[in-house]
Design a protein around this ligand. Structure first.
Ligand SMILES: Cc1ncc(COP(=O)(O)O)c(C=O)c1O
Length: 388
């Protein structure tokens, strides 16, 4: 491999959230936390170079999404996602959640419902409730270790006139499922039938494995007049601390409304560092990105094999997308508190607890696999010791 993913990025003394929140039990045993969807190795060297160049330039003034910026995004989407987008469709925002908040405000009224599909990224709940909207829950179905959408229940929820928006998470954090064209088309058909707007959070879109591809929602027939797609280099290039996302909106009507809300929400200048990082990542970061996927694949295989061999009663959901493994411990018959304390106290394993992701999350944990292989091996070896 040309790039080094074996090295942990230095987190100490940088105010890094994962570092600050690592429990003492884990630190004392020379471990790392596996919470949070953030890579443990540094981003692509080309991104670091672009940021260094900008830092040295000393010009941090107001910045625009210029031609170079939009060309980079257009070209990446064409190459990586087989998706033709137009320059006018690209709307930079202050972050994925921020953009979801703007959509919620622009396209619904207080008390209206927003449909989410737990177990799912926990902060959707916060952005809905803090905007005084109601959560409409379409819990995913879990059958023989696999997840699918409960379309009957979804239709019921969509048919309620006050449910105005649905958030799709594709690939779906934390269950690591990529919704395919059939799933997406069914969602679009229902949304058109019941006049529901769709927000597709595609922050993990490019992080896919085993031949999976994330279809941009806007490529689904008839989706263009009801959808907003959110993209970012946050997950793909380990860049989440620089709050940013590009909303891709092909409908003029939706884009104009969204832009008006973005103004109300005080979107100011494009952050000059974000501009340069996105251009570098998309134009020159592909080789790093491909190697990163290969490296994470090795971790995925390792985790799947580890549980098969040593904890056959614990199952790992197939990882189609994201770099997160979703692990089902329910056969151990522990409650959430017991599970957390078993993992933390006995194995110094700090994992995201499944119940944080809402309904259907109890008895599961999520583990970050964008980490140096050796860290994973060490952590799972501690877990194995609990069996002896
Ligand atoms: C699925 C998903 N969407 C959005 C976010 C947050 O994105 P942002 O920091 O751009 O708001 C995360 C962060 O973990 C995530 O997992």
């Amino acid at each position: 491999m040309k790039y080094n993913f074996d090295q942990l990025a230095v987190r100490e003394s940088f105010g890094n959230m994962k570092h600050i929140e690592t429990p003492a039990t884990v630190m004392e045993r020379d471990g790392i936390t596996f919470c949070g969807a953030e890579m443990d190795f540094p981003t692509a060297p080309v991104v670091i170079e672009a940021l260094t160049k900008r830092a040295k330039n000393g010009l941090y003034g107001y910045t625009l999404a210029d031609q170079k910026y939009t060309d980079s995004i257009i070209s990446w989407m064409r190459r990586r996602r087989n998706w033709e987008i137009q320059k006018e469709w690209i709307v930079p925002t202050n972050g994925t959640l921020h953009a979801i908040g703007s959509c919620i405000k622009a396209f619904s009224n207080e008390q209206d419902g927003v449909i989410i599909q737990p177990p799912v990224y926990m902060l959707y709940e916060r952005v809905i409730t803090t905007n005084n909207r109601t959560i409409a829950v379409n819990q995913l179905r879990y059958e023989q270790g696999l997840y699918c959408i409960d379309f009957e229940q979804l239709e019921e929820l969509m048919s309620v006139p006050s449910n105005k928006i649905m958030i799709i998470c594709n690939p779906h954090n934390p269950v690591s499922k990529v919704w395919n064209d059939v799933d997406l088309s069914r969602i679009v058909q229902l949304a058109i039938k019941y006049d529901v707007m769709l927000i597709s959070d595609e922050i993990f879109a490019e992080i896919v494995f085993k031949g999976n591809e994330t279809t941009p929602l806007l490529k689904i027939e008839h989706a263009r007049d009801i959808s907003v797609v959110l993209t970012s280099i946050g997950k793909s290039f380990n860049f989440t601390g620089f709050s940013h996302a590009n909303a891709i909106i092909s409908s003029d009507r939706i884009r104009e409304k969204f832009l008006a809300q973005r103004r109300i929400d005080h979107y100011g200048s494009m952050n000059p560092f974000i501009r340069d990082a996105i251009i570098a990542a998309y134009d020159e970061g592909e080789a790093w990105f491909d190697e990163m996927l290969q490296y994470v694949s090795k971790n995925i295989e390792y985790v799947e094999q580890f549980f098969r061999n040593h904890f056959p009663d614990v199952t790992v959901s197939p990882i189609e997308g994201t770099y997160l493994a979703w692990i089902n411990w329910n056969n151990l018959l522990l409650n959430n508190e017991q599970l957390e304390s078993f993992l933390l106290e006995e194995a110094a394993l700090d994992l995201d607890q499944g119940w944080h992701f809402g309904m259907g999350g109890s008895g599961f944990t999520r583990i970050n696999l964008a980490t140096p292989h050796e860290q994973l091996v060490k952590a799972l070896a501690r877990l194995k010791l609990t069996r002896s």
